[in-house]
Design a protein around this ligand. Structure first.
Ligand code: ARG
Ligand code: ZN
Length: 864
């Protein structure tokens, strides 16, 4: 690639308002697999510079004709995927006829065929693969859409309300849709196919009837109930918690098998990856049920946070994604277990987000420079973005936060706005100064907090000194405003009321400077301090803390999250001590005893107990080291798990036999299954005959959570039952690709030395398909993320497997390729042998002819 051809970056600082508005958009689609004709009629109005040309984006389009107010136009230019027209009148109608080829579009962006159905994905910049358009989120237009297709596609869907339908002269049929709400092109959607439909009704709080329609592939109706129930729960929750109602007469969800992400919030017509919709007890796990509920909620919540108020430009993506993730997390927490939802969210932050923020792709939640926008649908924009919203919620409190939301909608309904607009609404509504807080939007990296504790027995004063340090990779960052939540526990485990000099002290400390001291008096004995309670800010906390204090927190903290956090710290400390001193000391008796108490007494939420008994993941532990000691981490996890499995064998056995779920999806049944699965995980690590029979029983269950629990416990333990159970599963589920994804993922976990050969052999399995992102992620994504031992083989074969795949995917689906590349991004954090082998794969890619922008951007940054 020569210098000149390199993909160009765009910068937030260069934002310029559009020169034209598109008042109205009329689209007619004549659907054919290889040549779909799109007639676009745009009503344009000049709103900017009187000499400015009209610049429309378009990619992979065949231009058939152009006309202005009915007269053919020949005076135009096409340069760098843009159609440029000079000397346009201030108001006019531009007609554009183009053709595209859905069948050969394997990028799953724009208009494409997914398992026989036409569908679209336009966010972020896919609409330009459908027609020439001002494909930017600050151009909002009303849309009329007519779809013409063969009668083999009975359902023709688009945004808004159906206003007409009928037959065409040549025996085909058409449907016309009108969306009364102005929207940017990224929210456009079209679907054409033959589906089974689940229809239900929802009446909003103000009495408006809404038709709910869920479209799935023929035969899948028995798997739709959970998604439909989730949708209704989401609609009711948004009314009660946020006072927000749905605004159209119909809400449609379509499930498709070929989809790059989880789902898309197109106005009135959500398109979902089928794995985020379809579920029943036989085919989906409890975790799948939870994911479906949260994604159905997420897309629904976008109707207000994203669609009614959208982003001015793509640098503002976190405006809608951070906020909507915060909203879906709250939805899940209000409906289920707040502690478990918090644990899940924090795991994502501490593993994936912290590592992204410390690596070559580090970017603020509002990025400033982008080559390929699809590369910025990241854990930083989504999950750290949600943490930033959560911190504002912590600083303002629920009441003020809701006032802020109300003001935000009052000011900006129907507009395309910026993150600054959102923070301004929050600050104005609460009269809380958020000017320093706003730095969270433009600084990347994870801030570090060093905390020292002091107790003055004679004065009965406890003192916390909190030092704020810039992220290691961003030494010049300015000080942030950090809400630092704490709890002080006395020797009996009671919470101490916080006060100083006769005044109550709030449990959320405002950390704003490089070094601050906080005093608490009337403290009779040295307390145990719970710091960064509930992970009140996305920071790395450093403190000296004894094992006894951690055990005390694990028993008594009011925050279940913080109890779990302390337990994790106990494991982390033990492992780190072993790695640093090159020893293999077992977990202390005190830790084992605490675990024994948890498993035998089983007090409270059983799902939480299951979490408390789990060791931190490889990624969590890896985050503790500058150079990741791959082999030591793997060896120590195994050492501790063996120890727990042996020393608590009796307890796991009796727990497993003492609790039975009723087969329902109630929170209680889900928790029981979670704990049983945890027991099985440890039981599989011993060679007890009793364990074998329990595993065989679970594997024969009709409940997928139990089946998968059994299978994953044997696979992870490399138990002799593995091959037999996997073979049986394959023969039982070949007809259901979504279930087979679980099987592919299990195959990828094979820790034996033939793992790579077996994965390559699976490329020819009848269910495998390189063009389907779900299959690729299930098999190779699971391998590269979770099969640490084999992926990080010293001979580099694991890396070559991924490198080969990326080269293949670069040509099929660059978005998916780019996501699959992630494990290579942190190559610098490994030992020399591994780092150079990973680097070699990156260099291979960088020399690849036809490298996509998606991969280019990440490979270039990784090698910089
Ligand atoms: N807005 C969608 C969601 O979070 C994500 C779609 C992103 N798609 C993409 N190709 N980048 O719900
Ligand atoms: Zn979203």
């Amino acid at each position: 690639m020569t210098e000149l051809q390199k993909p160009q970056a765009e910068y937030l600082k260069d934002y310029k308002a559009p020169d034209f508005s598109i008042e109205h958009t009329e689209l007619t689609f004549d659907l054919q697999p290889l040549t779909t004709q799109v007639n676009a009629l745009l009503t344009l109005k000049r709103v900017g510079d009187s000499n400015a040309p009209l610049v429309l984006d378009g990619i992979d389009l065949t231009l058939i004709s152009l006309s202005i107010d009915g007269a053919e136009l020949t005076d135009y230019k096409i340069i760098n995927q843009q159609l440029i027209i000079n000397n346009l009148p201030d108001e006019c109608q531009l007609s554009i006829v183009t053709q595209t080829s859905p069948q050969t579009n394997t990028s799953l962006e724009g208009l494409y065929l997914s398992g026989g159905a036409y569908c679209t994905q336009c966010e972020a910049q896919g609409f330009r693969k459908i027609t020439y358009y001002m494909d930017r989120p600050d151009v909002l237009s009303t849309f009329d859409v007519t779809i013409i297709a063969d009668t083999a596609f009975p359902h023709l869907l688009s945004n808004g309300n159906q206003v007409d339908s009928g037959e065409t002269q040549d025996g085909r049929h058409f449907v016309k849709w009108q969306d009364p709400f102005k929207k940017p092109s990224y929210l456009f959607a079209l679907v054409a196919g033959d589906f089974d439909v689940l229809h239900e009704k929802y009446t909003t709080r103000s009495g408006k009837d809404v038709t709910l329609a869920l479209f799935v592939d023929k035969g899948n109706l028995p798997k739709t109930e959970h998604a439909m129930t989730s949708l209704k729960k989401a609609m009711a929750w948004d009314e009660s918690r946020f006072n927000l109602e749905y605004d159209l007469d119909i809400y449609m969800i379509v499930a498709v098998d070929f989809f790059n992400m989880g789902a898309m919030e197109n106005k009135g017509l959500n398109i979902f990856n089928s794995k985020c919709v379809l579920a029943n007890q036989e085919t989906a796990t409890d975790k799948d049920y939870h994911t479906i509920e949260s994604i159905v909620g997420h897309e629904y919540f976008h109707n207000w946070t994203g669609n009614r108020v959208t982003c001015r430009d793509w640098f503002q993506l976190s405006l809608k994604e951070g906020l909507t993730v915060f909203r879906d997390q709250e939805f899940s927490s209000d409906l289920g277990s707040r502690a478990l939802n918090r644990i899940d969210a924090v795991k994502v932050m501490r593993t994936h987000q912290f590592s992204e923020d410390a690596g070559p792709m580090a970017h603020p939640i509002r990025p400033e420079k982008v080559i390929e926008m699809n590369n910025f649908y990241t854990v930083t924009v989504y999950d750290k973005g949600a943490e930033v919203i959560r911190m504002m919620h912590t600083l303002l409190g629920e009441e003020n936060f809701q006032k802020g939301m109300t003001l935000y909608f009052q000011r900006h309904d129907g507009q395309a706005v910026t993150c600054d607009d959102f923070v301004a609404a929050m600050s104005d509504a609460s009269s809380i100064d958020l000017s320093q807080f706003k730095r969270w939007y433009n600084q990347c990296g994870t801030p570090r907090l060093n905390v020292t504790k002091a107790y003055d027995e004679s004065a009965q004063i406890f003192t916390l000194t909190i030092e704020q340090l810039a992220p290691l990779n961003q030494p010049d960052n300015a000080m942030l405003h950090i809400p630092f939540a704490i709890e002080l526990l006395d020797q009996q485990g009671q919470s101490i009321a916080l006060q100083y000099q006769g005044k109550k002290v709030d449990s959320v400390l405002n950390v704003t400077q490089a070094k601050q001291t906080f005093h608490f008096d009337n403290i009779e004995h040295s307390p145990t301090a719970v710091l960064l309670e509930d992970f009140s800010a996305p920071c790395i906390l450093n403190q000296q803390i004894t094992e006894a204090d951690l055990l005390h927190i694990m028993r008594f903290a009011r925050s279940d999250f913080s109890r779990w956090d302390a337990q994790q710290q106990l494991f982390i400390n033990a492992l780190k001590a072993n790695v640093i001193s090159a020893s293999n000391a077992p977990l202390s008796d005190a830790v084992i005893d605490a675990l024994r108490v948890l498993i035998s007494q089983r007090e409270g939420d059983l799902a939480l107990i299951a979490e408390l008994l789990k060791l931190p993941s490889f990624d969590t532990l890896a985050a503790e080291f500058d150079v990741i000691p791959v082999d030591d981490i793997i060896a120590n996890i195994e050492l501790f798990e063996q120890q727990i499995a042996k020393q608590l064998h009796t307890e796991f056995l009796s727990c497993y036999q003492a609790i039975t779920d009723d087969g329902s999806v109630s929170a209680k049944a889900v928790a029981i299954r979670a704990l049983k699965q945890l027991c099985l995980h440890y039981l599989a690590k011993t060679d007890s005959a009793k364990a074998v029979s329990l595993i065989e029983q679970a594997a024969a269950s009709t409940n997928m959570t139990n089946v998968l629990g059994a299978l994953s416990s044997v696979v992870k333990a490399a138990h002799p039952l593995s091959n037999q159970l996997l073979a049986h599963f394959d023969s039982q589920w070949r007809h259901d690709v979504l279930v087979m994804d679980k099987w592919f993922a299990l195959q990828a976990m094979n820790s034996a030395d033939d793992a790579i050969e077996k994965i390559k052999a699976l490329y020819t399995h009848p269910c495998f398909d390189f063009s389907n992102p779900n299959r690729v992620r299930a098999l190779v994504g699971s391998f590269s993320h979770f099969n640490t031992a084999q992926f990080h083989r010293l001979d580099g074969q694991g890396y070559t497997l991924l490198g080969d795949l990326l080269i293949k995917l670069n040509a099929i689906n660059p978005q998916n390729a780019s996501r699959m590349l992630t494990p290579f991004m942190s190559w610098r954090r490994y030992d020399e042998t591994r780092a150079s082998a990973m680097k070699a794969q990156l260099e291979r890619l960088s020399n690849l002819e036809g490298l996509s922008d998606d991969l280019f951007e990440k490979v270039e940054k990784a090698l910089q």
